[in-house]
Ligand binder design. Structure first.
Ligand SMILES: [Zn+2]
Length: 322
């Protein structure tokens, strides 16, 4: 049985290609982080190598080896210190020339392909252009715009959407034993990124960090220019956490917009509904809408290499006062 949650059409497509013996040499799985792209790729590798009846059985020697990351014909290549380097691709290419050890296929899962250096991506092109008969490449990426068109055009592209929040909630309760109230909150906060929800259910620190960041935002709403500029500087110095903070703010302000518009049943921050409601009363609709827009603009600018500190300063100063 496939372990992947959601993505039924993609499972069906891969399953059919396997059953008909028409497997492509390269697939590109596109979708938000932590929605199950690598799980899907590894499940497919299991289905291809499975020795059981109902492939992938998840129980046989091959399936177990793949699950534990020690199958000699299935490898996962991922960024080291932030990038996938040409040496990693070259070493893969030396391996692909050899026949599989145990099965018919050699499967290479290359995660977060957008992190490959230009040299590494160009080097991979050689394998994509003339793939050895036994090789299957499963590339994953969250942003197709960052990949070379020549890479994209040589892959079968599968665009994956996050599974529904309700499905994530059910799986958290059923498969991971998370209690219903918490599962509901985590599912909403995850926006369908099951991988994130599972991690957050196991690691208290993730939700605590969210609490702290929301508290910082609340505090800032009542503060003046000096504190706001200081916070902008502080944020600009932690590029790793920056996107998370902006996403958190965006979700919060979208919640305010939903309450203003009378659709409060769809809000994400259900554990802070009372605060959201009282805040919503302090702003008019235009203020909330403008700030959501300002947040989106800032995210877009930062993705397009705008000056981080300057962008954040403008954003912080436009945070409306209730
Ligand atoms: Zn199996």
């Amino acid at each position: 049985m496939w372990q992947v949650v959601g993505h039924e059409w993609a499972v069906e497509l891969l399953e059919r290609s396997r059953a008909n013996g028409r497997v492509a040499h390269a697939y590109l799985l596109i979708g938000l982080p932590q929605i199950g792209k690598t799980t899907l790729a590894l499940n497919f590798a299991q289905a291809l190598h499975c020795l059981g009846e109902d492939k992938p059985c998840g129980q046989c020697r091959s399936c177990l080896k793949i699950a534990h990351g020690n199958h000699p014909d299935v490898r996962v290549i991922e960024a080291v210190n932030g990038t996938i380097k040409i040496d990693q691709i070259r070493s893969m290419q030396r391996e692909v020339a050899l026949s599989p050890h145990e099965g018919r296929w050699k499967v290479y899962v290359i995660r977060q392909m957008e992190r490959a250096t230009t040299e590494a991506a160009n080097c991979l092109l050689k394998t994509l252009e003339e793939p050895p008969a036994q090789v299957i490449l499963m590339l994953t990426a969250s942003d197709i715009d960052q990949l070379l068109p020549t890479i994209i055009s040589r892959c079968q592209v599968l665009n994956l959407r996050p599974p529904s929040v309700l499905l994530v909630q059910k799986v958290l309760e059923g498969r991971w034993g998370v209690d219903p109230e918490r599962a509901k909150l985590l599912a909403r906060l995850s926006g369908g990124r099951l991988g994130w929800a599972v991690r957050a259910s196991e690691d208290e620190a993730i939700l605590r960090k969210r609490e702290r960041r929301l508290d910082e935002m609340m505090e800032l709403m009542g503060q003046g220019r000096v504190e706001r500029l200081r916070y902008a500087q502080h944020l600009s110095q932690s590029p790793d956490g920056l996107r998370e903070v902006l996403d958190l703010w965006l979700i919060w302000w979208r919640d305010l917009l939903l309450i203003k518009g009378g659709s409060s049943t769809e809000i994400t921050n259900i554990d802070r509904e009372a605060t959201l409601r009282s805040q919503a009363q302090g702003y008019n609709l235009a203020q909330v809408r403008d700030f959501v827009e300002a947040l989106r603009t800032a995210v877009w600018q930062l993705e397009h290499n705008a000056n981080t500190r300057l962008t954040l300063e403008v954003l912080m100063l436009s945070l409306p006062v209730p």
